[in-house]
Design a protein around this ligand. Structure first.
Ligand SMILES: C[S@@+](CC[C@H](N)C(=O)[O-])C[C@H]1O[C@@H](n2cnc3c(N)ncnc32)[C@H](O)[C@@H]1O
Length: 248
């Protein structure tokens, strides 16, 4: 397990994505509960959530700053970023510890492959929209369910418990982002990973201020347990939680 000296850290935001099964587990969502909802995934990355959701007849849209890129170039970026994360763990095996690291990385390459085909096919259909927090290109209340995973909290500065070796995404950025996510949410917003990325993991220092900001905006806010293995031992520590904010 990692201690402070062997922490996983990144100089920039990785273009790294997950599968729909990982999303459901990470966000404590039930697949059937998604039916009939207009869903937005912000910081959607090169994952297969959107492709798989659309294939099941769900109404899902992804938004990411990389979605103005040429398919070949962004898929190459996705492959390079997965390889680099894996290499960091190979060099420093304690940095993140997964129950099954082969399965974890197998899912990332599978998600990228599915994303590549779907992004090339649908990027002009309005399902993959370029946009970046804290200013999204959508009207107020456009989506029933808004998700954002593995960008907020994770890319907080190292000293705030994140894994970003920089200070672009501090508390002020997080609060402006959560206000923006709230603005486009008609019913519910979910943000997973409310723990720090150091050992032992603990409640993220940005969690409480984000909950309070959402409450000020009129949302009912709770934390639900997640069983997703993000390599941080957070489930065993009892702090692997998803922020769920609902409009009353
Ligand atoms: C680690 S990936 C997470 C992808 C996916 N949500 C997941 O959980 O697998 C982080 C994503 O955040 C995106 N990103 C970077 N800056 C952003 C910003 N200001 N607003 C929204 N997304 C951003 C990156 O392009 C990248 O795709």
């Amino acid at each position: 397990m990692n201690d402070g000296s062997s922490r996983f850290q990144l100089q920039s935001v990785a273009f790294f994505g997950r599968t729909l099964a990982e999303y459901l587990q990470m966000l404590a969502l039930d697949q059937e509960g998604l039916r009939g909802l207009k869903i937005l995934d912000v910081a959607s990355g090169p994952g297969s959530f959107i492709a798989e959701a659309l294939a099941m007849g769900l109404d899902a849209t992804g938004c990411d700053p990389m979605y103005n890129g040429d398919p070949e170039a962004i898929v190459a970026q996705g492959k390079a970023d997965i390889d680099a994360c894996r290499e960091q763990i190979r060099r420093n095996p304690g940095a993140l510890v997964y129950a099954d690291i082969e399965a974890f990385y197998g899912d990332k390459y599978a998600a990228l492959e599915r994303f590549a085909a779907d992004y090339a096919k649908r990027r002009c259909d309005g399902r993959y929209i370029a946009g970046a927090l804290p200013s999204l290109p959508f009207a107020d209340g456009s989506f029933d369910l808004v998700l954002t995973a593995n960008f907020l909290m994770v890319y907080a500065p190292l000293e705030a418990g994140g894994m970003h070796a920089g200070d672009s995404f501090g508390l002020d950025f997080h609060l402006r982002s959560v206000e923006e996510l709230a603005r486009v949410t008609r019913k519910e917003l979910r943000v997973p990973g409310m723990h720090t990325w150091k050992q032992p993991p603990e409640r993220h220092p940005y969690c409480r201020p984000m909950m309070e900001r959402l409450e000020e905006l009129g949302f009912a806010v709770t934390l639900l347990a997640s069983r997703y293995d993000d390599g941080c031992n957070a489930t065993d520590s009892g702090c692997n939680q998803v922020l769920v904010a609902r409009r009353p």
